[in-house]
Write a protein that binds this ligand. Structure first.
Ligand code: ZN
Length: 298
């Protein structure tokens, strides 16, 4: 059984080929989203036909309509993608079983079945990067909500009358706790351009360490609220910074100080699959279409 898993992002498409449960090749190519959805999807279709798989699993940025695998909403970074019938198009052109899932949910599915949350039935997955994406697992299943878009934790209000967010509201969690928010605040205080990497390298300096401290407090404010809402066994934290053990330790320490003791058994875990989580999740979704999925890969 040959399953092709694709993770369509704004700048790159990641591709993983799974043969009999093993990831046998992984590559990336440019999405070229600026050419418009029709061209972009035609290129992806040609790539799929070239690989000749038995099934296709697609993870994609944007909101996915779970009823038909079309794109319910995508930002202007991917012109023409909103409304594109991804599942129908690929299925009709290839005749193959096709699954389509949003990228944050796919990453969570990957972590659930092959990564940090393997064997954990109640957990949340937060990806902290440019924004904050969230996915909710209840009883071992992804919880999609009434319209398939549950888990938008980045837009919970954590600061009434706070700074504007690109969703149109103010004071959203991601406007304070994303990696971009950390960088923005640092740039304001330092009066120069910096990257997350620069900040991490300079974390021992007193003023930078203070910025990390404040940022971790912002992250923990959201984590405790989510803990009280869901009482999860674990919260899996993904994104570049979250792969740094020191950052996870800082967040754990602050979380332990703040959370109500009866909720303190929730574990904070670093995501294990890095930038391949999405393709592992897409692989799992495609496997579900073709028969009985197992957790035996790797
Ligand atoms: Zn927002």
């Amino acid at each position: 059984m040959k399953i092709l898993a694709l993770d369509i992002g704004g700048t790159a498409v990641k591709s993983g080929l799974f043969c009999d449960g093993q990831l046998t090749s992984f590559e990336e190519f440019p999405t070229q989203a600026h050419l418009g959805a029709a061209v972009m999807m035609k290129n992806i279709l040609d790539y799929i036909l070239d690989q000749a798989p038995d099934a296709v699993g697609i993870s994609t940025s944007g909101q996915v309509d779970p009823t038909d695998g079309s794109i319910a909403f995508a930002t202007d970074a991917m012109p023409g993608y909103t409304g594109f019938p991804v599942k129908q198009y690929i299925h009709e052109q290839t005749g193959l079983p096709v699954s389509v899932e949003n990228d944050v949910n796919s990453a969570a599915l990957g972590e659930a079945h092959f990564g940090a949350a393997k064997g954990i039935h109640h957990f949340l997955c937060l990806t902290i990067g440019t924004g904050i994406g969230g996915a909710i697992f209840i009883n071992g299943k992804l919880y999609l909500g009434a319209n398939g878009i549950a888990g938008e934790v980045g837009h919970m209000t954590t600061h009434l009358d706070g700074v504007p967010c690109n969703c149109g509201n103010r004071g959203c969690y991601e406007a304070y706790a994303s990696t971009s928010a950390l960088v923005r605040r640092a740039e304001q205080e330092l009066g120069k351009k910096v990257t997350g990497r620069d900040l991490f390298a300079a974390r021992a300096e007193a003023n930078i360490s203070k910025l990390f401290d404040r940022w971790a407090d912002e992250i923990v404010a959201g984590l405790t609220s989510l803990t009280y809402s869901f009482n999860p066994q674990a919260i899996v934290l993904g994104g570049g910074m979250m792969s740094q053990p020191e950052i996870i330790s800082l967040i754990r320490e602050k979380y332990a100080q703040r959370v109500i003791p009866s909720f303190s058994r929730t574990e904070l875990l670093s995501a294990a699959l890095g930038n391949q989580a999405g393709i592992y999740g897409a692989y799992y979704s495609a496997l579900e279409l073709t028969g009985s999925p197992t957790d035996q890969t790797q």
